[in-house]
Design a binder for this molecule. Structure first.
Ligand code: NAD
Length: 324
């Protein structure tokens, strides 16, 4: 039986990975920070071994790798935190990746790794609906994409058995994980830019496939991960669906950022789905699930206060644009 280490398993995508791995015949280990929030998450998985430690701590990583064959590496500092805390993002994303690669190269067992990169390495939206493919050149646009490019390059230069998954937009379905700041972030996608959503549950299936299929099928490949046809929209349609599910309603396109500064574009998810077989959920399914988790009282409250929420979102978007 193989042992799989999931790093960053207490996060949004990571928890879905733990659920997806539950059906597999393997032993699961986790490496994540031992803070109270993550320790609470761990209580839901009594059969999984949690190793608490920092990805930049070589000793902690070495301990977590004991007996491990495959690593699904999810730890990462993501936007907006990567931009407000660039040094932390570089430390956790890049230095963390290098510590992990070094420890795996020294390990006798842990040779296979699947890394969660991002379609952001191909740049911000340019208003065209060209499909982003894995062979397009890098276009660094911010700290986050810079760190992920560095990670990809380090991995490709290693002697490990690597597979890279470049994820598109993966919002959390749990309403309590959202705030005005990340809602405003979605208004940074140009209203006419294209965006492909994917449910974190489907991303988890893709990660598990990439880590458990015979290695020859995924060997040294970069896969673009998105939800496919039922998940492809323009920026305005995308946020309108999400905001409507939350009770906030529609924001006229004129209030969106007209200097788009956020990653956008549909991705070549057909190729990845053919091999990894993960696309199950549409954006409408996601919105329905989000709406149910939110519950009626909060939905009604958001509807009542929607003029104020909309105003706050418009002002936050303007402030972000002006600060550039
Ligand atoms: N969510 C998206 O839209 C998206 C899109 C593209 C790529 N990705 C990538 O997928 C991965 C997972 O994303 P997510 O949305 O689940 O993120 P998340 O923020 O929900 O989870 C990140 C996890 O990393 C852990 N972590 C952070 N710093 C750490 C450190 N120093 N040492 C150990 N653990 C640490 C956190 O505790 C958390 O459990 C990331 O690498 C991210 O870059 C996410």
């Amino acid at each position: 039986m193989q042992t799989i280490l999931v790093t960053g398993a207490c996060g949004n995508i990571g928890q879905n990975v733990l659920s997806a791995l539950a059906n597999k015949d393997c032993k699961i280990k986790v490496l994540d920070l031992g803070n109270p929030v993550n320790k609470k998450v761990a209580e839901s998985y009594p059969d999984i071994e949690f190793c608490w430690g920092d990805i930049t701590d070589a000793a902690a990583v070495q301990m977590a790798l004991q007996g491990v064959n495959t690593v699904l590496h999810l730890i990462g500092i993501i936007p907006p935190m990567s931009e407000s805390h660039p040094e932390l993002a570089r430390k956790v994303n890049v230095q963390g990746m290098n510590v992990l690669i070094d420890a795996m190269q020294k390990s006798d067992t842990a040779k296979r790794i699947v890394f969660t990169s991002t379609f952001a390495v191909l740049g911000i939206g340019d208003g065209t609906n060209k499909i982003h493919t894995a062979d397009m050149p890098y276009k660094v646009s911010d700290v986050y994409s810079e760190t992920k490019v560095d990670c990809e390059k380090a991995l490709m230069a290693s002697n490990l058995d690597w597979t890279i998954l470049r994820l598109s937009a993966i919002p959390n379905v749990d309403p309590s994980a959202h705030n005005l700041k990340d809602m405003a972030l979605s208004m940074r996608i140009g209203p006419k830019d294209f965006i492909e959503f994917c449910h974190a549950r489907d991303v988890a299936l893709a990660l598990v496939s990439a880590g458990t299929l015979p290695f020859e099928k995924v060997k040294h490949q970069i896969f673009m991960i998105g939800g496919g046809d039922s998940c492809r929209f323009n920026g305005h349609e995308f946020s309108t669906k999400l905001f409507s599910a939350a009770g906030v309603g529609q924001i006229p396109a004129k209030y969106y950022s007209h200097k788009p500064k956020f990653y956008a574009g549909w991705v070549d998810s057909e190729t990845s789905n053919e091999i990894l077989d993960y696309q199950r959920t549409s954006l409408d399914d996601f919105c329905q699930e989000f709406h149910q988790l939110l519950g009626k009282p909060k939905y009604i409250a958001a509807k009542i206060f929607s003029p104020l929420i909309l105003l706050a979102l418009v002002l936050m978007t303007r402030k972000m644009v002006n600060e550039e």
